[in-house]
Write a protein that binds this ligand. Structure first.
Ligand code: DSN
Length: 431
C-alpha cells in the first residue's frame, strides 16, 4: 500500500535528520562519498553479471565489464596485490569465498577468539563452522590487546594448521606477522588476513602491509576505514596458480551468483578517491583515535592500552564494567545522540555478547566529517558526561547537536564539502 511506502520514506528521512545531529562512532561504519553514492541508484542496480569480465552468463555486460576491470585494476594497485577480486558483496561473503576455496571439513584453521575481538565469521558458530571447521584460537595478551607472539608461534608449529587466519573487529594493533613468518613457513599453511576494519589504513600506508608480511590472501569489507559502499573484496599474492584458481572459484560459483553491480561501481569510485585522499585520511583517523583515547583517559575512563598510546588504528576499546557495563551505557549514549556499540572484552564470556563489559569506539567517521584532534577533547567530554557523571542524556544531547552543527560536510573525497546526510535530491523529480 502507498501509505506503507510513504511510511518507509518517513523513517529514512527521520534517520537522516537524526544522523545529521549525532556523533557516529561505530568502528565498522562510514559515510560514502557523494560521487560513489550517486552510483548506488544507477541502472547497474537492475542488472545481472555472473562469471567474470569477458566470460559472462548474461548479455548486457559490456560496460559492467569495463567497470569491473577498472575496479580490479584500482584494487590491485592500491594494495599491491597481483590478484584482486571485487565481486564479494560483503566482508563475510569474501571470507566465505576463502573458506570455500582453501578450507573444508577436516582442515585445520587457527584464528583469533571472538572474545578477543575476532569477527563472527571466523568462529565455529559463524562461517568457519559452516564450512565444517573448528577454529583453534590464538593465545591472547590482554595487556597488549594483541595475540601473544611466543604462544602463537609455538601453537602454529605444533598444530600445523592448513590456514592461519588473522584480523579482528576490535583492532587496535597489528598482529605480529613478521615474527610469525618462520612458523608459517614451517607449517606450510595459507596465511589469510581479514583486513575489514583496517582496510583504508592499510591502503593509506598507515597500518601494517600484510601482503608484504607473509600474508597470501587478504579479505575485507569496503565500508569502514575504506569509506566505500557496503561490499567486500578479496586480494591475493597467491603462491601458485592452483591457489589463485581456488580463490577464483571460491567466489563464483562458490559463494555468490550475481554480485550487485551498483555497489561494484561505487566501490571503483571509492578506490579511486582513496588513491588520492587515503593517506591523508588514514593519518588523521589515527591521530583522532589517539586523541580521543587521551581525552577519555584524562577523564578517568578506562581506555585499554594507555601504555601504548591506546591504539594504532581507528578503534578504541573501553572497559566500562564499573560504570554499569556496555549495554546500559551505549543506550544512554544513544539517547544523547552518540552512536557506539557495546563490545565483548577479552575477559567476557562469548555468551555475554548482549551484556558485555566494554564499549568500542571508532574515529573514522568523525574524521570524515572534518574533525581534528582538538575536537576529540570535546567528544571525550560528551562521553564522560554520560559514562562518568551519569548526566541526563537530554542535556548532553542538546550540546552534541550544537557541536555537530559545525560538521555537516564530507571530506577526503571528490566533491568534498557536500552535505553528509542530505535527503537524496533525485527523489524530488518523482514526487
Ligand atoms: N560486525 C561488524 C563490526 O562491527 O565490526 C563487522 O562485520
Amino acid at each position: 500500500m502507498r501509505e506503507d511506502a510513504d511510511f518507509i520514506y518517513e523513517q529514512v528521512e527521520k534517520h537522516h535528520e537524526w544522523f545529521k545531529k549525532s556523533l557516529p562512532m561505530i568502528a565498522s561504519e562510514n559515510i560514502i562519498s557523494p560521487m560513489a553514492r550517486e552510483l548506488l541508484i544507477s541502472d547497474f542496480h537492475d542488472r545481472y553479471a555472473e562469471g567474470s569480465p569477458g566470460d559472462r552468463y548474461y548479455q548486457g555486460n559490456i560496460f559492467v565489464d569495463e567497470v569491473e576491470l577498472k575496479a580490479q585494476e584500482l584494487a590491485s594497485d592500491l594494495f599491491g596485490a597481483e590478484y584482486a577480486d571485487v565481486r564479494p558483496i560483503s566482508g563475510t561473503n569474501a571470507n566465505q569465498a576463502v573458506l570455500m576455496g582453501l578450507g573444508g571439513p577436516g582442515k585445520k584453521i587457527t584464528a583469533v577468539d571472538v572474545s578477543d575481538g575476532a569477527h563472527i565469521s571466523s568462529a565455529k558458530f559463524g562461517s568457519v563452522g559452516f564450512r565444517g571447521m573448528e577454529p583453534i584460537t590464538y593465545p591472547f595478551n590482554v595487556e597488549e590487546m594483541n595475540i601473544d607472539v611466543e604462544g602463537t608461534k609455538k601453537m602454529i608449529k605444533e598444530e600445523k594448521p592448513d590456514i592461519a587466519l588473522f584480523g579482528r573487529s576490535v583492532y587496535m594493533f597489528p598482529p605480529p606477522l613478521e615474527e610469525l613468518r618462520d612458523a608459517f613457513e614451517e607449517a606450510g599453511c595459507y596465511v589469510w588476513y581479514d583486513a575489514a576494519h583496517v582496510l583504508g589504513l592499510i591502503a593509506g600506508g598507515e597500518f601494517q602491509d600484510p601482503l608484504r608480511e607473509g600474508v597470501e590472501v587478504m579479505t575485507g569489507s569496503t565500508h569502514k576505514t575504506l569509506p566505500g559502499p557496503q561490499r567486500g573484496i578479496l586480494l591475493s599474492n597467491p603462491r601458485d596458480e592452483e591457489m589463485k584458481q581456488k580463490l577464483f572459484y571460491g567466489v563464483f560459483p562458490g559463494v555468490l551468483s550475481n554480485h550487485h553491480l551498483h555497489t561494484m561501481a561505487a566501490l571503483a569510485v571509492s578506490l579511486a578517491e582513496h588513491q588520492e585522499f587515503g593517506k591523508e585520511y588514514a593519518k588523521q583517523i589515527i591521530k583522532n583515535a589517539k586523541a580521543l583515547g587521551q581525552a577519555l583517559h584524562e577523564r578517568d575512563i578506562d581506555v585499554m592500552c594507555s601504555h601504548k598510546g591506546f591504539t594504532e588504528s581507528h578503534t578504541l576499546a573501553i572497559d566500562v564494567q564499573e560504570e554499569g557495563g556496555g549495554e546500559t551505557l551505549v543506550e544512554a549514549m544513544e539517547e544523547a545522540n552518540m552512536i557506539a556499540n557495546k563490545n565483548l572484552m577479552p575477559w567476557d564470556d562469548v555468551n555475554s555478547a548482549k551484556e558485555p563489559s566494554g564499549i568500542r569506539l571508532g574515529a573514522q567517521e568523525l574524521t570524515r566529517l572534518g574533525m581534528k584532534e582538538s575536537h576529540m577533547d570535546e567528544v571525550g567530554e560528551f562521553i564522560k558526561r554520560i559514562v562518568k557523571d551519569d548526566e541526563d542524556p537530554e542535556k548532553v544531547k542538546a550540546d552534541v547537536i550544537e557541536f555537530r552543527n559545525d560538521f555537516q560536510e564530507i571530506h577526503y573525497c571528490y566533491k568534498e564539502g557536500l552535505p553528509a546526510h542530505e535527503r537524496f535530491s533525485f527523489l524530488d523529480k518523482y514526487d
